[in-house]
Design a protein around this ligand. Sequence first.
Ligand SMILES: C[S@@+](CC[C@H](N)C(=O)[O-])C[C@H]1O[C@@H](n2cnc3c(N)ncnc32)[C@H](O)[C@@H]1O
Length: 181
Amino acid sequence: VDFGTGDGSFVLRTARRRPDTLVVGVDANGAGLAEASRRALAKPARGGVANALFGVLALEQAPGELVGLADELTVLLPWGSLLAAVARGEALGGLRELCRPDARVCFVLGYAAELDPGAAGLPDLDDAAGLERAYREAGFTVVVRPVTRNDVRALGTTWAQKLAFSPVPRRFVAVRGRVRR
Ligand SMILES: C[S@@+](CC[C@H](N)C(=O)[O-])C[C@H]1O[C@@H](n2cnc3c(N)ncnc32)[C@H](O)[C@@H]1O
């Protein structure tokens, strides 16, 4: 499951690369998913992707129908309340509940606290130990590591391309690990 998937292009690409895996993209904003969803539904000969699925789901309503579904969960370059949750390691119960026990998680986030709207008041991304502790309390065992702009670009999402070339100096971290059984 890719949570906060944006325009769905990451899900389409991942599903094409892993035809044996059901890849689900959800976002609070359904309008952004319309084009990717239409493409997924096309006939295979016309570029359809039968193992890609999209749905509208906000963090605040999670896990919804996805309860216990995910073997892997990604949150890539979120903003808004989704960014606040993964940056603080708080309000993550909905994400944890949509995972199977021992599911793998990978959250990549970044911001310039003084410059990005919505990032004011978020914690210092240098405090990896503090963030790991917050995730532990939320039921995840993770390691927090800084990531470079090149690593961000390599994510290949639409937003990753924008941020990788932005002149604003942002710090990025990856939060990788597992849901605790
Ligand atoms: C910067 S975009 C990144 C989209 C995509 N992951 C990418 O890398 O291209 C952040 C996404 O987070 C979604 N988002 C923000 N708050 C959310 C929430 N509370 N629940 C679900 N999605 C949320 C937004 O709708 C937006 O599509």
